[in-house]
Ligand binder design. Sequence first.
Ligand SMILES: [Zn+2]
Length: 335
Amino acid sequence: MPLNDESILNLPFLHIRKCEDRNPVLIEADYTGPVRCPHCESVQLRKKCPFVRRVRHESIGERLVWLILRGYKYLCRGCGRYFRQRFEGLLPYQRATEPFRNEVCQDHHDGICQRQLARRTGLGSATIERWYHRFLTRKMAERKNAPCPRVLGIDEHFFTRKDGYATTFCDLQHHRVYDVVLGRSEAALESYLAKLPDKHRVRVVCIDLSSSYREIVRRHFPRAQIVADRFHVMRLIGHTIHQLWRQLDPVQSRNRGLRSLLRRRADRLEPDQAQNLGRYLQAHPAIEALYCFKQELWELLRRRDSILRLVGRGFGSSWPVSSNSKKPPCPAWSR
Ligand SMILES: [Zn+2]
């Protein structure tokens, strides 16, 4: 694209007449685009007196910019009304262009506080607040019409005591939160899901192992493949193994210290902790086997590439982790 006045100013139909290189930069520009009556869309116009609009425009580096736009007042021959011509990218009665307002709002959105922005741009805090509200409203409207992500993650989390749980919908492909909806049951999410646009786009839904979400996905995303979140799988395995341990050793399984040692990763234990655990496991071979199985399974689930290899092989008979891993997932005493 050739570099012209429009691409420099980031506004259409403007021709730069004069530019004063100082801080703030003063740019005088003329409007060159078509003019229509805002009341009846007529182009049968008579040019009357000129007028000037002095507005803020987006910064050049660290320097502030003022734009001095020259336009004309017109008389419409169609409806007989007078009007001042409009400029694209500048709303009526505003003293700043849309690119400048976007710049300020985006800076605020990225974490620069109102006070600092007000000091830097010479605007009032209330103005920034008002602009930012409008910016958020527009963003929300854009999101409302955003299509449903192709790879969707659904999970619940505790919201407040009064409102209970909320369900978060994530775009896992782009690592973004898509929406948050109050409630976690099928009945609570029904009206939201019924109105969700482009549900047919969803190819994969990643959920925990709860049956209610599974039912929701089957009903609302019939073309999507359900994938169980591996962190939920790991939690479930941990819970099941703990239940088994309680059956095997009802007395010692109540020991909090021992319980904590059994839950931890073997390679993160201190030498004395590993010794204590080793002594206990040597005396209980069944629990030792359980513990080693859990450590190996966790090691496998922690490695993304291993899972992919496993899936690629169609869950073959050979164990991909222990054959390649340099250190055994189980502590040395068991070897
Ligand atoms: Zn008119």
